[in-house]
Design a protein around this ligand. Structure first.
Ligand code: UDP
Length: 140
């Protein structure tokens, strides 16, 4: 299996409840290594740029307002099959549908305020990492 990198965010609903450590521990226990991490309070404009793929969806305004409402922890995770592994440990978008033992099952408040983000494919992982991190900030 290939060693991959993926992009992860601990969203404002989770930082507000002081869950950065608990979520990071679940990621590490799933075999993922945090090779970059920083806390940011993104602007509405940054949230709109980051989520541009969803700009025509009905939840775009709500999502970008939520993502700019408080601090987020942006991270690069590394490990075997990291993209799929992270999606697995995150759980389904809607916490009501998330499997037992997943981050969203344990912590998400709603389909919008769902505690974590994770890239869904190699192309988006590369784009999202480059959006938030310079190469010199990633220490594998
Ligand atoms: N979202 C929302 N309402 C919806 C679907 C999604 O507010 O009906 C938000 C939610 O925060 C989600 C994000 O938009 O995590 C991106 O949606 P996507 O379908 O890419 O889900 P994810 O990849 O995060 O599971």
């Amino acid at each position: 299996m290939a060693i991959e990198r993926t992009f992860s965010m601990i969203k404002p609903d989770a930082t507000a409840r002081n869950l950065t450590g608990a979520i990071t521990q679940m990621l590490e226990e799933a075999g993922l290594r945090v090779v970059a991490s920083k806390r940011v309070w993104m602007s509405k404009r940054q949230a709109e740029a980051f989520y541009a793929v969803h700009k025509d969806r009905p939840f775009f305004q709500e999502l970008t307002e939520f993502m700019s409402s408080g601090p987020t922890v942006v991270q690069v995770l590394e490990g075997e099959n990291a993209i799929a592994r992270n999606r697995e440990i995150m759980g389904a978008t809607n916490p009501a549908e998330a499997a037992e033992g997943t981050i969203r099952k344990k912590f998400a408040k709603s389909i919008g305020e769902n505690s974590v983000h994770g890239s869904d494919a190699p192309e988006t992982a590369a784009e999202e990492i480059a959006f938030w991190f310079a190469g010199c900030e990633i220490v594998g």
